[in-house]
Design a protein around this ligand. Structure first.
Ligand SMILES: Nc1ncnc2c1ncn2[C@@H]1O[C@H](COP(=O)(O)OP(=O)(O)OP(=O)(O)O)[C@@H](O)[C@H]1O
Ligand SMILES: [Mg+2]
Length: 153
């Protein structure tokens, strides 16, 4: 798979990686998270929240049943889990585009559900299970999004 590969040998590595992403994020950024059930998308989002200074009292859980959760941080974190989205017209009906194109950081699990509404400018992170405790992240910048901004010098 093309893109920048980052090895995440244990959950602590995923947490460090996510915090770094959250620290470097700017208002309006969009992260799309790919990978199978249990790959670590929500785990990574929790760490992104820490990097964004979301208070520890705001525990980030999977928004599967509400599709979208909003957390206060350095700027807002919008966490979408579209696993149970019916079809892309729901995105417009629910007003999610206002969040996605707003001034927060939007993190989207199961972004393929967006179909033609997939944002052009985004950092895509594909999480690939390697073993029970290790993952590989493959980062790809789309549109105006540069992967380099998130890489450790
Ligand atoms: N290196 C790792 N990085 C991240 N998570 C890991 C790692 N190793 C093991 N895990 C475990 O994998 C699980 C990932 O669950 P998580 O809910 O984050 O996945 P998900 O991709 O959001 O799944 P879903 O598609 O169901 O929303 C957690 O139990 C986590 O502890
Ligand atoms: Mg999840």
């Amino acid at each position: 798979m093309t893109g920048t590969h980052i090895e995440l040998p244990d959950p602590a590595a995923t947490s460090r990686f996510g915090r770094c992403l959250g620290q470097r994020a700017e208002p309006g950024d969009i992260f799309t998270l790919g990978g199978p059930l249990g790959a670590g998308k929500t785990t990574l989002t929790q760490a992104v929240g820490l990097g964004l200074d979301v208070p520890g009292s705001c525990y980030i859980t999977s928004p599967t049943f509400s599709l979208l959760h909003e957390y206060p941080g350095r700027f807002s974190l919008y966490h979408l889990d579209l696993y149970r989205l019916g079809d892309e017209s729901e995105i417009e009906e629910l007003g999610f585009l206002d969040y996605i194109y707003g001034n927060g950081l939007t993190v989207i699990e199961w972004p393929d559900r967006l179909g033609s509404l997939m944002p052009a400018d985004r950092l895509h992170i594909e999480l690939l299970p390697v073993s029970a405790s290790s993952r590989r992240a493959v980062l790809t910048g789309h549109g105006m999004m540069q992967v380099e901004k998130f890489l450790i010098p």
